[in-house]
Design a protein around this ligand. Structure first.
Ligand code: ZN
Length: 284
């Protein structure tokens, strides 16, 4: 599943190609993947392309917007006569002829360029929203982990409110938006906190350390343009390079980068969780 750094990377890469272009029409190729009245954005000009939480948002001159969520297997591919780029779940569709059998929607622009939304498993969606609906949609998410709104006191107060495992709490998009499994594992390792510890057992000092670690790994992910471990590569051949610096994720049995102890794998909240039994003790 694409995480915050991957969606941020897609937004940054396609924005220069879309801003200033007029949308001609949206072609629906699978009804389950598209929602809303696309006449609200037809003939409007793209003014902004950005990411919020793990959603890609395309804003138009009439203030309506298209929201895209990639979920498990979504891809966004921009194509004009000279260029194809984008990202998401890596399949042969990246390099195959478009539209493919997994293309669920096509955004057609007036200069003959297109954005293809492909999604094998049909969990993702493309949705058109008015400014009011956009606001309502964005309100479902807590502030982004890298937003200045996530202050140390905000983060500590949120941890104090929950007795669930700290890892489950940092993955909760209503607490902070944009932290996925790879980055949660690595931030907990960096902060030397056991993933299964109750969130409310962390001291304020530990909470501050964890917040800094989360922001550090997410920023590193953006810098390295996403991880490819799960499902993300750049269509133009530049694979995301976060996998070269992953600390614990997927490294069961390999030595801890701090102490050399063997990384262990457990399940926390049903998700694969990797940690160092020496550096990340359950009792402090
Ligand atoms: Zn260790």
């Amino acid at each position: 599943m694409p995480e915050l750094p991957e969606v941020e990377t897609i937004a940054r890469r396609i924005a220069p190609y879309l801003i200033g272009k007029k949308l001609l029409s949206v072609v629906t190729r699978h009804a389950k993947s598209v929602r809303g009245d696309f006449s609200l954005v037809e003939s409007a000009v793209v003014t902004n392309v950005f990411r919020r939480a793990k959603m890609l948002i395309i804003e138009f001159s009439n203030h309506n917007a298209i929201l895209i969520h990639l979920k498990m297997t979504g891809q966004i591919l921009y194509q004009d006569q000279a260029t194809r780029l984008g990202g998401g779940h890596p399949t042969a569709d990246w390099v195959a002829e478009l539209p493919s059998k997994h293309t669920r929607a096509i955004l057609e622009f007036s200069d003959n360029s297109n954005v293809f939304f492909n999604d094998m498993r049909l969990f993702g969606w493309v949705k058109v929203v008015t400014p009011k609906l956009l606001e309502q949609e964005l309100q479902k998410y807590a502030p982004d982990i890298i937003s200045p709104d996530v202050t140390p006191s905000y983060f500590f107060a949120e941890l104090q409110r929950s007795r669930q495992s700290v890892k489950i709490v940092v993955l909760d998009q209503r607490v902070v938006a944009g932290v996925g499994n790879i980055y949660a594992n690595d931030a907990l390792h960096l902060a030397k906190i056991h993933p299964a510890r109750p969130a409310d057992s962390l001291s304020s000092k530990e909470s501050n350390t964890l917040l800094a670690a989360l922001q550090q790994v997410i920023r590193l992910g953006i810098e390295r343009q996403g991880a490819t471990i799960h499902s993300f590569r750049h269509i133009d051949g530049f694979a995301g390079a976060y996998q070269d610096v992953v600390r614990t994720y997927g490294k069961e049995g390999e030595p801890c980068p701090n102490c050399g102890a063997s990384i262990e794998r457990i399940k926390v909240g049903g998700r694969g969780t990797f940690f160092c039994p020496e550096c990340q003790q359950i009792l402090t």
